[in-house]
Design a protein. Sequence first.
Length: 477
Amino acid sequence: MIERTTLSDPTDLDGLRRRLAADTDAAGHRRPIGLGSVRIRSNALAGLADDVAAVRRDGRVVVLVDETPMRRSGADLKTAVAAMLSARFPTELAVIRAHGPELHADPDALGQADAAIAGAGCVVSVGSGTITDVAKDASMRAGGIPLVVVQTAVSVNAFSDDMAVLLRDGVKRTVPSRWPDALVIDLEILAAAPAEMNRAGFGELCSMFTAPADWYLADAADQGGDYDAGVVALFRDGAEGLLSGAAKVRAADPEMLLELAARMTLTGIAMSVAGRTAPLSGTEHLLSHLLDMAAGIAGRPLALHGAQVGVASVLAATVWQDTLERLDPVRLTLDAAYPDPALVEARVRAAFDPLDPSGRMADECWRDVARKLDRWRAGRAGVAMMVGDWDAHRRALAALVAAPATLSAALHAAGAAAQVGELDPPADPDVVRWALRALPLMRDRFTVADLRFFAGDWDDRTVDDLIDRSGILESRS
Ligand SMILES: [Zn+2]
C-alpha cells in the first residue's frame, strides 16, 4: 500500500477511477482507465503466473523479450520467467533481434513479433520501453491478445499507457495503441537494472514540473489545449517530495524506487486518460526531440531519452521563469504578433535546411507550424482574453513550474545528467543553441516558446542568454 497523503496509489485503479469520476468538471474529455491491474512490490514476480492465468485465453504463452541480458537474484531473468510460466502453461520464449546497434519499434521488429505471437493465448513482455511498445502494438493488431507487461526499469512511461512510440520511415511517432491487461513491477528487478536507466527515469519525471504549464498555456490562449487540472493532480500531488528526496535515487533506495515506479505509472495513466501526451510533453520534450533529430542526421548515437529530457527540463524551466517575470503580454495583442505565414515559413526553412538540405525536414515542420499559425491567427480573440486576465494566469502557471535551480540540484543529487556535458554522449552546445532557437518552428504543439516567438522576443541573443542562465552548458567542478 502506498502512502495516500502524498501520492495517488496507482495499484488501486478503482480508487483512481472514483477520484476522476468525482471531479465532474472535465469528465467529458477523459477516457476510461483500461489497465486491468497494477502490482508494484517486493517480489511481485512471484505472482506473475496468477496474473497470466487471470487474463489468458486458450493457447500458449509467449514471453517476448529483446537481446539485452538482464539478471535478478543472480539468475538470467528472461529464462527464469519463461521457466516459471512453463510450469503452468505451454510457454515459448521469443527474442526480438535488432538489425542495428539498438532495437527500435520499427517494421522489422514488429514483423518478428507478429510471427512470434500468432495464435498465442497471452503475451508477456519482459523488458524496457521499446519491447513493451512492440508487444503492445503487435498484440493489438493480432486482435487483442491478452498482454501482461513486466517492467524492468523505471526509464520511461510506456508501461502504463495506451500509446506506443513507433519508428516509421526513420521518424519516431507516438501513435495510439492499447493498455496492458496487467502491469507487474517487481522491486528486485528494478534494483538490478542499470543505475543510469532509473536515473534517466528521474529525468523523464522532471517533465512534470514544466510540461503541465505548456498544456495550461495552450488552453488559456485557446490554442487547442483542453487543460485538465484533475489529470495533472494525478501525478503532481506531493511531487515536490520527489525533488527533495532525489539523493535516494542515486542510492537506489528501495522506497524511492517504489515512489519512482508509482509516479511513472501515474504519468502513463494520466496521458492515456487525457488522450494526449501534453500532460508530460511540452517544451522539454520538443527540445529533446530536436536534439534527437540533429543526432539522427549526423549519425550520432542518442542519449537516453529520460536523461536528455531531464536536462531539457532545466532549460524549459528557465524559459518559463524568465517569461513569467518579464513578458509584456500586451505585445501579444499587437498586429506584429500575427505574422505573415511567408515570413514564418522562411524562418522554418532557415532553421531546418542546414540540417537537411533536401528540404524534406523543413517541409514536414512547416506543415505542422502552418497549422499552429492558422490556429494562432484564428484565436486572436482568445489570446486577448488571456492577456486581459494575465495576472491570474501568471499565478496559475507559476504554481505549475519548478525553479530551474531546484530541478538542476535534484537531477544532480539523483546522479542524473543536469548539464549537456553529463549526457552520454554529451550534447554539442551549438546544437543545443540551435534547438532552442528552432523550438517554435517544428511542431503544432503550442508552448511558452511560441508565446515568446509571437511576442517578438525569440531572437538569437535572447535564446543564447536563456541558455547561459540555465547553467546547462557549464561544467560542474
Ligand atoms: Zn518522455
